[in-house]
Design a protein around this ligand. Structure first.
Ligand code: ADP
Ligand code: MG
Length: 238
């Protein structure tokens, strides 16, 4: 598991500064949500944690070590993308196996890990299928298994429930929470849905236009919003 720190992190795309100066500590084993409207820089922040984007300035630390230059595959991070991004030409088994390709894991051990990850999210019956033969919810589970197969110390979820219908979204919320409780893995959920953030996360990082507006528990944000923006974005308690 890992403690995460953004220290004066900047991200620019060309001349456009998307993240001007991000400072944040996420404790080991925490479940946090990056919450904010579309385009505020949630995915950009998550992709820097994943090693997909490199910060333009500042330092990103895992357990006190700067990881700015550490490649994605060496970070031991699992990620679920909004679109799941499963490989259509591969079986479910090979999709889940994929993150282990750079590790010199013996085949038997790799397959045992695939089985363990598939069991965790209950897709063990689907290993021989192709993604196109799965429902949206099943594809989501496979994406989760693929994210978990390396036993990551950090789990990153980018709007993982946005493509599911309402009832499935509700049950997956509970399921992801119980996975977190079971594994204790530090988890960062990106969402624009305040209900999702308040029901799932220990702490919410509310973002607006690349900046952090407020960090706190769901109760903090409901009861003591630091700005009109947070108050209107969070809404009233359910
Ligand atoms: P969110 O996930 O909160 O919806 P993003 O992090 O995807 O927002 O995007 C934040 C801003 O950064 C947007 O204005 C977006 O257009 C821009 N952006 C994101 N990725 C890139 C990229 N690879 N190149 C250029 N601009 C980008
Ligand atoms: Mg996004």
């Amino acid at each position: 598991m890992a403690k995460i720190e953004f220290r004066n992190v900047v991200k620019r795309f060309g001349a456009v500064e998307v993240i001007p100066d991000m400072n944040l500590v996420i404790e080991d084993g925490e479940f946090v949500a990056l919450l904010g409207p579309s385009g505020c820089g949630k995915s950009t922040s998550l992709f820097m944690l994943a090693g997909i984007y490199r910060p333009s300035g500042g330092e990103l630390l895992f357990d006190g070590h700067v990881v700015n230059e550490v490649e994605a595959r060496d970070r031991n991070v699992g990620i679920v993308f909004q679109s799941y991004a499963l490989y259509p030409h591969m079986s479910v088994r090979d999709n889940i196996l994929f993150p282990l390709r750079f590790k010199k894991t013996p085949r038997d051990e790799a397959l045992a890990r695939v089985k363990a990850a598939a069991d965790l999210v209950r897709v063990e019956e689907l290993l021989d299928r192709r993604p196109s033969e799965l429902s949206g919810g099943q594809q989501q589970r496979v994406a989760l298994a693929r994210a978990l197969v390396k036993e990551p110390k950090l789990l990153l979820l980018d709007e993982p429930l946005s493509n599911l219908d309402a009832s499935l979204r509700l049950s997956m919320r509970t399921e992801i929470k119980s996975l977190h409780a079971q594994l204790g893995v530090t988890t960062v959920l990106v969402t624009h849905d305040q209900i999702e953030a308040t029901t799932m996360a220990d702490r919410i990082i509310c973002m607006r236009a690349g900046r952090i507006e407020q960090v706190g528990t769901p109760d903090d944000l409901y009861l003591k919003p630091s700005s009109l923006f947070v108050a209107s974005f969070i809404g009233s308690p359910p």
